[in-house]
Design a protein around this ligand. Structure first.
Ligand code: NAD
Ligand code: ZN
Length: 358
């Protein structure tokens, strides 16, 4: 039987970021330093002044031009080894899915030998991670609540996380003030990751009544936010932060479906970012998710968000071959959506045609 786990503790509300110092003080540890991973967007921002940074702490600013790769995680571990700072009292990650996943992966790797790629898969992490605190600054991926940290292995082309109970954050600070500065397009693309996770989960074969309840509520909140006149009002940013958290809890107890494997193909082969990749994939999803397809594009239109089209309309045959390989490799979600015999539906020609329609 699946023994589910969710984030143990969270602080929620405007200004809750100011509670970080107290949380760190309460941690019992023989170490006196913390390691921070902060989205580089905040490098020169007022937010840095509000963090309880100390001289002995290590601060990494995380770039987001590339989403996390296994080699980036290994490089962070090496830098901490060089500085003899491998057992901090806490890892604190402040940012979007990329930064939150980086914090999770490094926390696992500091207490487990080897390289990040050794733990891509299910329940491969053997030792509990360093204590970690997640502070999302954009809502949607659910990375703050899920039991994975997505990384691409450039050598093997595998985009897969360390799925483990140890990957789950010990503590979250959910402060909706932090998402004020997100650009509108990005707010929509990332926010709709929650919606897409949840429709895929509810459309699947492996269901869990608790996961379903999280998904239904997350979808309701997304529709309220993106169906309203000002999707980024104070109230809506708060709602979307809740939706993202619930969506992450849902996905921790279930699987995605057809959208994410295709979007992963785009990420691996064309380096498309996760959330915009999902939105592009939706262009071709009418046959798999007819009702949600209509709903998705209605919400995008309501917000005046353009979903790019045609990214894979006219590629060389070898590129379609790579796209096919990096899509059908995702057996668990595809079997969840289409059954164990999913390759009967997703033949090479079918997959190519879907990519051409995006
Ligand atoms: P991201 O972390 O890459 O950030 C997207 C952009 O938004 C970046 O340019 C970033 O600098 C900017 N940004 C973030 N917060 C901001 C703020 N407050 N103001 C202004 N700009 C801000 O994007 P994301 O969409 O949150 O995450 C995508 C990543 O999450 C992918 O790597 C994906 O694989 C991963 N993911 C993980 C899970 C999981 O369960 N672990 C689930 C889905 C996706
Ligand atoms: Zn996603």
């Amino acid at each position: 039987m699946n023994n589910s786990k969710n984030v143990l503790r969270y602080m929620f509300g405007k200004g809750s970021i100011d509670g970080l110092g107290e949380l760190l003080n309460e941690i019992e540890s023989t170490s006196d330093y913390s390691v921070y991973f902060i989205d580089e967007f905040f490098k020169d921002s007022a937010l840095i002044e509000r963090l309880p940074l100390k001289n002995e702490d290590v601060v990494f600013f995380v770039q987001t031009e590339d989403e996390p790769k296994t080699e980036f995680i290994d490089a962070f571990k090496s830098r901490l080894e060089e500085q003899e700072k491998t057992l901090p009292k806490a890892i604190v990650a402040v940012g979007g899915g990329s930064t939150l996943d980086t914090g999770k992966a490094v926390a696992n790797l500091l207490t487990n030998p080897g390289k990040a790629e050794d733990y891509q898969g299910w329940d491969l992490v053997k030792n509990p991670a360093v204590y970690k605190i997640g502070i999302p600054t954009i809502s949607g991926t659910g990375a703050e609540a899920s039991r994975t940290c997505v990384m691409t292995n450039s050598k093997t082309g595998l985009k897969l996380g360390m799925n483990s109970h140890y990957t789950i954050y010990d503590q979250l600070i959910l402060d909706p003030d932090l998402t004020k500065t997100v650009p509108r397009d990005q707010y929509f693309y990332t926010g709709m990751d929650t919606y897409i996770h949840c429709i895929e989960s509810l459309g699947g074969r492996y269901r869990n009544a608790v996961g379903d309840a999280f998904s239904h509520q997350a979808i309701t909140l997304c529709k309220e936010v993106f169906g309203s006149d000002d999707m980024m009002s104070d109230e809506n940013r708060e709602k979307l932060m809740v939706a993202s958290y619930l969506g992450g809890c849902a996905i921790a107890n279930s699987f995605v479906g057809v959208v994410h494997p295709f979007s992963a193909g785009l990420s691996v082969v064309l380096e498309t970012h996760h959330c915009i990749g999902n939105c592009m994939t939706m262009n071709a999803m009418e046959e798999f998710y007819p009702r949600e397809y209509g709903e998705f594009f209605e919400l995008a239109e309501k917000q005046g968000i353009r979903i790019p089209k045609g990214i894979a309309a006219d590629l060389k045959e070898e590129m379609y071959r790579k796209l096919y390989d990096s899509t059908v490799i995702h057996e668990k979600p595809l079997a969840n959506a289409l059954g164990e015999e999913f390759k009967e539906v997703l033949s090479y020609n079918k997959v190519k045609e879907v990519f051409k329609r995006m």
